[in-house]
Ligand binder design. Structure first.
Ligand SMILES: N[C@@H](CCC(=O)N[C@@H](CS)C(=O)NCC(=O)O)C(=O)O
Length: 200
């Protein structure tokens, strides 16, 4: 199998973390497509989208969309990253959804911020900032029930917050959210987290 990624993509980080935390790194070759624009050809040669992450499976399928890739890899690992108890599983999926909202909104904000100031839509920007702050708060509340566990929700949360540190440091998401800040500091020590962290 082959997993295409770029080091600073939060979506690709999510797929890579799933790969490493599920112990599948020996079955998958990882190929870094940084800088992205110069390396689009390999992605478009396999299908539409032109985005990372993208996975070529052992049967030759070309899978895009981080959520699907994470589910696929977790399935291959025998669901190592999905809690077996229903209540825990529901909480992990809830966390994964919250982190997905955060990741998408941060990513949109990055791109909106690059547009000419006169073309930026203030109401959309304001709404996205509001969503971001609410997502940080929700993660702060939800993270308390997880301690040191690893699952797909945790992986999505690390990827979104790592991206926030890189692209939106002035959000200061740690302020007033000590549970989230402490958890993030501890979980970031794991080898897979360090291997996949954005390079600033
Ligand atoms: N919904 C997609 C988003 C993937 C995505 O937007 N990847 C970005 C990197 S962070 C990308 O490759 N962008 C290149 C482009 O849009 O041309 C997913 O979850 O995988």
């Amino acid at each position: 199998m082959k997993l295409y990624f770029s080091q600073n993509s939060p979506y690709a980080r999510r797929a890579r973390l799933t790969l490493h935390e599920a112990g599948l790194q020996y079955r998958v070759v990882e190929e870094d497509l940084t800088p992205r624009i110069e390396n689009d050809t390999v992605l478009f040669a396999n299908g539409p989208g032109g985005k990372v992450p993208a996975l070529i499976t052992e049967t030759g399928a070309f899978i895009v969309e981080s959520l699907l890739i994470c589910r696929y890899l977790d399935d291959l690992s025998g669901n190592k990253l999905t809690p077996s108890q229903r209540g825990d599983r529901d909480k992990a999926i809830q966390l994964e959804g919250t982190a997905s909202v955060l990741m998408d909104t941060l990513y949109f904000r990055t791109h909106e911020g690059r547009r000419d100031a006169s073309k930026q839509v203030t109401t959309i920007k304001g709404k996205d900032v509001k969503i971001t702050m609410a997502a940080y708060d929700a993660l702060n509340n939800q993270i308390i029930s997880f301690c040191d566990t690893i699952n797909l929700g945790i992986i999505a949360a690390v990827s979104a917050l790592g991206y926030a540190d890189w692209r939106h440091p002035t959000d200061n998401w740690r302020d007033g959210r000590p549970a989230l800040a402490d958890w993030f500091e501890k979980i970031s020590e794991r080898p897979a987290m360090q291997l996949t962290a954005p390079v600033v």
